[in-house]
Write a new protein. Structure first.
Length: 328
């Protein structure tokens, strides 16, 4: 337990998260995580927000858990492959089982923590806890994610996400193949019976996905998906609505006799957008992670997989998806 008293006049009125970051020499993201997890008290009372203002002789108690603690880990001792970086943005290949940004329920280091530890200067439009984050990926989902380094880039990239000029193509391994290529346009909202899940609902938000069979085999089927909107769990919910499930996705109905699959086998494979500064089209392909490859190459020849997942091929096929069967 660290106990710090406010003794300098320059610190009166200062935000507690900024003050602690300076005193303890750790990032504000880490301080915010500590606050959210009840590890910071002001004058013996737990505080809920980093914006709390300080007064002279205030006493702050901070419980900092070590990086090997079983419940909380803010060490961010892991690496995230960089696919591209310049003065405006970074494109990363997010590892599986990594949370993108902090939340009250998150007990481990996040991608935002990692970015902070590496010293990246990031946009502030989404606040400290989501610094630089333009779009997110679920914890179990791996793959390409773009992060904005400044607010101008963040605004431009967010606009492309909204007007659908930013494109995202995913790969998934499913239990059953699709009956045929299709576009699913079904609204997604809260599941009334399970707060962890989303569901197809009449009053939900519009959601549109396109799906394509790539390789079929009993129990292991490789499909591609393109997002036209970005709802939470969108691909998983839309597939579940046609009785198809991603391997490892027990939340939405995948059933297995063992627990060898440790995450949802969904990978953000391809990403394209217009660079916010140069105006040039940028395309990125995130290499598949080992756990994904292990399942694929146990069933399929690598040369066949490489041919089927060629990004330009997939982009061209999805370019004609408006003519596919539409399930509404």
């Amino acid at each position: 337990m660290n106990q710090i008293s406010v003794k300098e006049s320059k610190d009166i009125g200062k935000r507690v998260d900024l003050f602690l970051s300076e005193e303890l020499k750790i990032s504000r993201n880490q301080i915010l995580n500590l606050i959210k997890n009840g590890c910071v008290s002001l004058n013996s009372k737990p505080i809920l927000k980093g914006s709390a203002k300080l007064g002279l002789d205030d006493v702050i108690d901070v419980k900092i858990l070590e990086s090997n603690d079983e419940n909380l880990n803010f060490s961010a001792e892991f690496e995230v492959p960089t696919l591209y970086e310049d003065d405006d943005l970074i494109v990363l290949n997010k590892p599986p089982n990594l949370v993108v940004h902090p939340a009250p329920s998150v007990k481990e280091a996040t991608l935002v923590d990692w970015l902070g530890k590496k010293g990246f200067l990031l946009s502030t439009l989404s606040g400290e806890s989501r610094a630089g984050i333009v779009h997110r990926l679920d914890k179990g989902t791996s793959g390409a994610i773009v992060v904005a380094k400044n607010n101008r880039s963040h605004v431009a990239l967010s606009a492309q996400l909204s007007d659908k000029t930013m494109g995202r193509i995913y790969l998934a391994i499913t239990d059953l193949p699709l009956k045929e290529e299709c576009v699913i346009e079904r609204k997604i909202g809260r599941n009334p019976n399970n707060r962890l899940k989303k569901a197809i609902t009449i009053d939900g938000r519009s959601a549109k996905s396109a799906f394509l069979n790539l390789i079929q085999e009993s129990g292991v089927n490789l499909i591609a998906a393109k997002l036209f909107t970005g709802r939470t769990h969108q691909i998983r919910v839309h597939l579940a609505s046609i009785n198809r499930h991603i391997l490892g996705d027990t939340l939405y109905g995948f059933k297995s006799e063992n627990d060898k699959i440790k995450r949802v086998m969904l990978h953000a494979y391809g990403l394209y957008f217009t660079h916010p500064n140069t105006g040039k089209r940028m395309e990125f392909v995130a290499p598949l992670w080992d756990d994904f490859n292990e399942i694929l190459f146990n069933k399929f020849n690598k040369e066949i997989v490489d041919e089927k997942i060629d990004f330009k091929r997939l982009d061209a096929i999805f370019g004609s998806c408006n003519h596919w069967l539409c399930l509404a």
